[in-house]
Design a protein around this ligand. Structure first.
Ligand SMILES: [Zn+2]
Length: 446
């Protein structure tokens, strides 16, 4: 969707922190999916404690457990994602230019003005038309990307009907939240023609913080069922680890992510009272106890290291920069093309596709910076998780399961640009280096 970038900071908080640990589901009776990594990953002999323990050899031994065809498949999926960043960008730009050059945007504005004389209602009616039209125009790409491609790689579990149902819900959430934000922002632009970019950024930051606050309780349940996890075998060690780290968690939550995907993941979401740690059911079904503890240690790292607040700070800086750039860019573009596109000024709703066009360029250029910020915090959480869970082999297992949708061994530049988590190889190596330096903890391991 073209709006994805436009509202990135405002709505990108639906899933706030890092989907982290991936993989595949199916029930016991089914044969393993084509993309599936081995479900039970044994500690290879090279990774068992010995006087000759070598982190590089142990890492390579773990990686050698992945069959070559699975590596090829996962690489193809992940590298295809690089191209999708480009296609999404170009497609979004084409749609925005279409709406401007054919003056469809101006026509939607005219129509909204005929409905009522109240300006906030104009804005909402314009927004509704714009969102319906762009959703339809983008739909072929959405279906390919989120449905057919995910099925092709064995990562999706929904048939078309339920998938479409989720898309409709997503549409509803975006119409409402996006509509509120757009009405407020246009109100600000019209009243404060010189300083709107500052106040617009402030409102967008507050709005995204509010959305992050309510998301776990009011938005996530629209799509999935979140329940309290009550298996003491899993919950007790996690809560014990939480207490040891000063985390005031009384509960751990489980989400039925297998409704949509086969990926394993866990996340920390929300803010203040709504902050919670959630494991997905794929992780619970396929992860070993060591693996689950390693993942939870990682998630606790996000919590203790205040990554949610750091993320908010990073997003806030980015939002201010984006609004300053919009202030300059909109003025520049409207002076050149405003008449042709029949846009009266920055306060005219017909400007929305131009805002999206500029935001797409901003988002495209900032992709490596965003990824590097996220990847850095993910690595910090890995280190924290190793120290607190003391499960380096669990980490290695999780990294391999994640390899079902993330390339294991990228080049350094590739990792810098495209990876929002450290690569599997890097994660396994960090775990094995930690093990090498703490071998005394594993004296009894066979
Ligand atoms: Zn993470």
């Amino acid at each position: 969707m073209p709006l994805r970038t436009f509202l990135a900071t405002a709505l990108g908080c639906l899933i706030f922190f890092c989907a982290t640990f991936c993989a595949t589901t199916p029930a016991l009776a089914q044969p393993p999916g084509a993309n599936e990594m081995p479900s039970v990953i044994h500690v290879p002999p090279e990774a068992l404690p010995s006087p000759h323990f070598d982190a590089t050899a142990a890492t390579n031994a773990y990686l050698a457990q992945i069959p070559a065809d699975k590596t090829a498949r996962s690489d193809a999926y992940f590298e295809g994602g690089y191209w999708l960043i480009l296609w999404d960008f170009l497609y979004g730009v084409a749609v925005a230019l279409l709406l401007l050059n054919l003056r469809w945007s101006a026509r939607m504005r005219d129509l909204s003005e005929r409905v009522t004389r109240f300006k906030p209602v104009h804005t909402f009616v314009y927004w509704l038309q714009y969102f319906v039209l762009t959703t339809i125009l983008i739909f072929p790409l959405t279906v390919y990307e989120d449905y057919f491609r995910e099925h092709k790689y064995g990562l999706a579990t929904q048939t078309f009907g339920p998938w479409l149902g989720d898309q409709m819900k997503n549409f509803g959430v975006n119409v409402v939240l996006g509509g509120v934000l757009v009405m407020v922002l246009f109100g600000i632009v019209r009243r404060l023609p010189r300083t709107w970019w500052i106040w617009g950024a402030v409102v967008t930051i507050l709005f995204s913080t509010f959305t992050a606050l309510i998301a776990p309780v009011y938005i996530v349940p629209i799509f999935n069922k979140v329940t309290r996890l009550d298996d003491p075998k899993i919950v007790d060690p996690i809560l014990s680890m939480a207490r040891a780290n000063g985390i005031p968690a009384k509960d751990v939550y489980k989400i039925d992510a297998s409704r949509q995907t086969t990926r394993m993941s866990a996340n920390v979401s929300g803010l203040a009272n709504t902050m919670r740690i959630t494991l997905n059911d794929n992780l619970l079904r396929r992860g070993s106890p060591e693996e689950i503890q390693a993942v939870m240690g990682h998630e606790m790292g996000h919590y203790v290291l205040n990554h949610i607040y750091k993320r908010l700070m990073f997003d806030s800086i980015e939002t201010v920069l984006a609004f300053a750039y919009l202030y300059w860019g909109l003025d520049w573009a409207i002076r050149r093309r405003g008449e042709k596109w029949q846009i009266r000024g920055v306060g005219d709703t017909a400007v929305v596709p131009l805002v999206v066009l500029l935001a797409l360029i901003f988002g495209f250029i900032s992709t490596p910076i965003d990824n590097t910020f996220t990847r850095t915090t993910e690595y910090e959480a890995d280190m924290y998780g190793l120290n607190t869970s003391r499960q380096p082999d669990g980490f290695a297992q999780a990294a391999i399961h994640l390899g079902e949708y993330r390339k294991m061994s990228p080049g350094p530049i590739e990792e810098w640009i495209f990876f929002d988590h450290p690569s599997g190889r890097k994660r396994i190596y960090a775990a094995m280096r930690w093990k090498a330096e703490n071998l005394k903890l594993f004296a009894g391991q066979q």
